[in-house]
Design a protein around this ligand. Structure first.
Ligand SMILES: [Zn+2]
Length: 312
């Protein structure tokens, strides 16, 4: 008998990543295609369906998980507002099911990433944890009592837009001093640009600013690079303090591109910035782990396992 497979689809601004996994969660194939959002959602999803058929290669599909940026209505299977894609109220489940008659789950990309850690990653077997993705931006997800915390409109754990300082850096959400303006690729770039004027002797003066250049400068002890990474660590400590105080998880999972590149520079300072803000017993029992699911599409496939779509 041919074994059913799970398909995960991660829809990004420039590319769509698709993964196929077997019943045990082993990755058995991957592909990507350009998103080309200007074609419109119907065309994009039709191309996605073709790519899924190719990848599945006639193996039966138990279900498809779609991870999409921005707010999502999981019950309706609708992408509510994906700014980078120019999508508003796009019925992803219905569009995909018009091509492939299988169960489809739709989730916000960070929530899907969180489920990915629960099903395949550092959160396996853990009923309560939070996941923070420190990348170009900052966002997170939480698993509470074994279930994804969806809350109202699926926008729980949008921690990037908690304001650390209402007089701080302007964020494009309209608020000032958001965590994301310090702890993210975007925040690191903004910080370096801001601090360079006071440090003309910085090794970053005259350099095209990139997160890579800033991290390298911080590693070399440059004052601007160091200050920017220290700000990010401080913001992470404060964010963790709020999250663990409100949700009381025994585990925090940290991931994302900036964390992968500079987490070692931030970890000790972030832990200290958290320690001074939380109850001693909360700090003493908290574990911090690295994210283990590197493929966002595999994270999306976790939706299929979580929904129980595999036939008995
Ligand atoms: Zn903001």
């Amino acid at each position: 008998m041919t074994q059913h497979i799970a398909i995960g689809v991660d829809i990004g601004g420039t590319k769509i990543a698709i993964a196929a996994a077997d019943r045990e969660g082993y990755l058995i194939g991957e592909t990507t295609l350009p998103t080309q959002p200007r074609d419109g959602a119907s065309v994009t999803i039709a191309r996605t369906a073709d790519a899924i058929r190719m990848l599945a290669a006639k193996r039966p599909i138990a279900g498809i998980g779609i991870a999409c940026p921005g707010p999502v209505d999981p019950a309706a299977g609708v992408a509510v507002r994906a700014v980078n894609l120019g999508w508003q109220d796009v019925p992803l489940r219905a569009l995909l099911q018009a091509h492939l008659n299988v169960p489809v789950e739709v989730q916000n990309d960070l929530n899907a990433g969180t489920l990915g850690e629960l099903v395949f990653g550092a959160g396996r077997g853990v009923s309560n944890f939070i996941y923070l993705a420190v990348g170009t931006g900052l966002a997170g997800g939480a698993v509470i009592n074994g279930k994804l915390l969806n809350a109202h409109k699926g926008a729980a754990m949008e921690v990037g837009h908690i304001s650390l300082n209402p007089a701080g850096r302007q964020c494009n959400c309209g608020t000032r001093g958001c965590v994301e303006m310090y702890l993210s690729g975007k925040g690191v770039l903004a910080g370096a640009a801001e601090y360079l004027t006071a440090h003309p002797n910085s090794s970053l003066t005259g350099v095209t600013l990139s997160t890579g250049a800033i991290i390298a400068a911080a590693k070399a002890g440059d004052p601007v690079g160091t200050r920017v990474i220290d700000d990010a660590a401080e913001a992470l400590g404060a964010t963790l303090a709020w999250c663990v105080t409100i949700l009381n998880p025994p585990l925090v999972i940290l991931g994302g591109g900036l964390w992968a590149a500079a987490g070692d520079l931030m970890l000790d300072k972030a832990k200290e910035a958290m320690r001074v803000r939380v109850l001693p017993e909360v700090y003493a029992t908290l574990k911090i782990a690295q994210s283990q699911v590197k493929s966002s599409a595999l994270g999306a496939a976790a939706l299929v396992y979580q929904a129980g779509f595999f036939p008995a």
